[in-house]
Design a protein around this ligand. Structure first.
Ligand SMILES: [Zn+2]
Length: 357
């Protein structure tokens, strides 16, 4: 899909012009309500829902078992970055703006909405064949299976908290290479797809935007939702990176190798505007992978900390401005220095805490 030309000076002051809000059926009214700002959203079909967007703490979903200690700490997939991230959040200067929640394992029935029951059973009983396990990239042990259900439950919980509070973030999630019948690329269950289908099937939301900024194309998500008009998928990734085969998202933006902050933000703004315009979502699931960073071991792009910060702030501020609940997952981030990787993930939480609290 070609990006529609949009005004060169898109910023928060002219979002209304950029999105042609009346034409697409968005209407916004702002009400003063003590310290809180309440946006009334009227979508077509109308949902008549108030989203409270500030005067709260940012809900954070985390579980100690996100770290799998049976996988060596020097494995290419940093399975122990999650507890490091949690420690950095607790020590951060915005720790008092966070409200912690612990998820339960995702119900198997919910997982089976996005995945073939036979594949789910193979994971839960650890009977995946060698070839299928190699495609995922680490051995499927009871701890890995348990963790996959927990991080999926975390994204499901974050989605529900975002609908209640306006925004929420999981300290894991973003397993976007997991497709309907198989896992791949360190991804076992597609937590975002499962969480989106959970809300859709319950008629809690009618339309979903999956906005995927992990440096790798969101092939599993694109495959799962290829024929589902309720979900709009957008992936901004490095075209020269894995996966080689990229099943089409509703909107794919493939950046050349070594694209920097300016090149990234040049495509981010119109891609987000176009995605919201087309999706008219009741909720956004944002994969905030930090692997576009220049120091990432698997990324091939050249973003700085400031570039990631500008990206995350733009997502958070746009969703807040438009009154669309935002659910963030951390996605990919790779490197030998696990604390440095966790510190890059911290940027997302700071951007959201400063935007929504
Ligand atoms: Zn990635």
């Amino acid at each position: 899909m070609q990006l529609a030309p949009l005004p060169a000076t898109i910023d928060r002051r002219n979002w209304g012009d950029a999105l042609d809000l009346d034409r697409t059926g968005f209407f916004f009214r702002q009400h003063a309500c003590d310290r809180k700002t309440v946006w009334k959203i009227n979508l077509s079909p109308p949902l008549d829902r108030h989203v409270i967007l500030c005067g709260m703490k940012l809900p954070i979903v985390h579980h100690p078992a996100y770290d799998v200690t049976t996988i060596p700490d020097d494995h290419r997939f940093p399975m122990r970055k999650f507890a490091r991230l949690a420690r950095q959040l607790v020590a951060s200067d915005f720790a008092d703006r966070l409200a912690w929640h612990e998820p339960e394992a995702a119900p198997v029935a919910a997982v089976e909405r996005a995945h073939d029951p036979a594949y789910v059973a193979d994971i839960l009983r650890q009977r995946l064949d060698d070839k299928a396990a190699r495609r995922i990239g680490f051995p499927i042990t009871p701890a890995v299976a348990n963790r996959s259900l927990l991080s999926t439950g975390g994204t499901m919980l974050a989605g529900r908290l975002a609908l209640e509070h306006g925004a929420a973030a999981n300290t894991a999630g973003g397993s976007h290479h997991a497709a309907r019948g198989h896992g791949a690329g360190f991804c076992v269950f597609n937590d975002v797809a499962i969480a989106a289908l959970d809300l859709l099937e319950a008629n809690t939301v009618a339309r979903v935007l999956v906005f995927d900024c992990d440096v790798h194309q969101g092939d599993g998500t694109a495959q799962i939702f290829a024929a589902d008009p309720r979900v709009f998928t957008c992936s901004i990734h490095c075209e020269a990176n894995w996966p080689l085969e990229k099943p089409p998202s509703d909107l794919d933006v493939g950046l050349p190798k070594d694209a920097d902050d300016a090149a990234y933000l040049d495509v981010l703004l119109p891609a987000l505007a176009l995605s919201i315009d087309r999706a008219r979502p009741d909720i956004v699931f944002y994969n905030a992978g930090v692997d576009p960073h220049a120091s990432d071991r698997l990324g091939k792009l050249a973003l700085t900390d400031d570039g990631l910060r500008a990206r995350d702030l733009h997502l958070a501020q746009t969703c807040r401005r438009l009154g669309i609940p935002l659910t963030a997952v951390i996605g990919g981030g790779y490197g030998e220095d696990r604390d440095a990787v966790a510190a890059r993930h911290l940027i997302l939480f700071e951007a959201m805490a400063k935007t929504f609290t």
